[in-house]
Ligand binder design. Structure first.
Ligand SMILES: [Zn+2]
Ligand SMILES: [Zn+2]
Length: 336
């Protein structure tokens, strides 16, 4: 089968690979759509705990083409997507319902081959039916499930003013989720005008570029601040916007070993909560439902639709910095 393979950091090509054979409890699917995520770039750059050679791709959808002999709930031809996180369900973390810290954690596209390929194999327990959804929107269930998990972590935000920092695909999913989660208003900040326009279309009540936001002087204003940039200086600068008693959700992934300076007296005096959410935990089905019920729009977040053959040049181009929204690849030709 054709697959995009990262041989080692910064060395990748589309090449012929062995088609996966399903284990007893596994499903092989023909990949129809696969989203490009920051994690794929980390693996490409050699910054992640991935091993090589690796077919990346953990945000995907497709059609079942083969099932292992113990598979009960899926049949050939069914439209599906999969939660790429394979939790062991028997280690001490899984036993305590902390599956996202699973000690024996495996992830499709990270520690085993992923979906930048014509076919990929996934355990049945990770697979979800996507009847009624298009392949492109199904490929975006995974990032939305991380966003849903973030909102589960911070709980209901009824009548609160929410600030979303960063209007990339994740920031705009948070914008929509914050509204579902009861926000009185959602304000979005970004450097790029086009992204702010899209934020407005997707429900943001106010949008600002960084200079305009500084001028607006909204210090001590937002009960909830969601950082979707992961940029340490941006996070540091955002603390002042949290209202007394408020919360900041650190959602964007910062570089490992980075640091920020926060005055602990400020955390004490203003009673701030800084929290985070790591990956997702059993939120895939919830995210699927939000897309199915048209509560969250994910298709407007896709700005590049590409064949698998363009993966090598696209990954390389991303090294210069990603200013775009979501790129989705179609390993078996165009699919909606
Ligand atoms: Zn991802
Ligand atoms: Zn486990």
């Amino acid at each position: 089968m054709r697959a995009f393979v990262i041989e080692k950091p910064l060395e990748a090509s589309v090449t012929e690979m062995e088609k996966p054979v399903p284990g007893d409890d596994e499903i092989v699917l023909e990949v129809k759509a696969v989203g490009l995520c920051g994690t794929d770039m980390h693996i490409y750059k050699g910054e992640y705990f991935g091993t090589y050679p690796r077919i990346p791709g953990h945000e995907f959808s497709g059609v079942v083409v083969e099932t292992g002999k113990k598979v009960r709930n899926f049949s050939v031809g069914q439209r599906v997507a999969a939660d790429p996180n394979i939790f062991c369900e028997s280690c001490v973390e899984c036993q305590h319902n902390n599956q996202n810290f699973c000690l024996d954690f495996e992830a499709v596209g990270v520690s085993r081959h992923g979906a930048f390929a014509a076919y990929t194999a996934v355990p049945e327990r990770c697979v979800f039916d996507t009847t009624g959804l298009g392949f492109t929107e199904s490929a975006l269930i995974e990032p939305l499930s991380c966003v849903v998990f973030g909102h589960q972590r911070i709980g209901s935000r009824l009548a609160e003013r929410v600030l979303v920092v960063g209007a990339g695909p994740i920031g705009l999913m948070h914008t929509q989720m914050a509204k579902i989660n009861g926000a009185a208003s959602v304000t979005v900040v970004d450097l790029q005008e086009e992204k702010l326009e899209l934020a407005k279309r997707l429900g943001a009540d106010a949008v600002y570029d960084s200079a305009g936001f500084e001028r607006a002087a909204l210090t001590n204003h937002f009960e909830l601040v969601i950082d979707c940039t992961g940029i340490p200086t941006v996070i540091e600068n955002s603390v002042k916007y949290i209202k007394n008693g408020g919360t900041m959700l650190l959602f964007g992934v910062s570089p490992d070993n980075s640091a920020i300076t926060i005055n602990p007296y400020e955390i004490f005096k203003r009673q701030l909560t800084l929290t985070s959410s790591f990956a997702l935990k059993k939120t895939f089905g919830l995210a699927r439902e939000l897309i199915l019920q048209k509560r969250v729009a994910v298709l407007p977040l896709v700005d590049s639709r590409l064949p698998l053959e363009e993966a090598p040049s696209f990954f390389k181009k991303q090294l210069e910095g990603n200013r775009g929204m979501k790129a989705v690849f179609y390993p078996n030709g165009d699919a909606e």
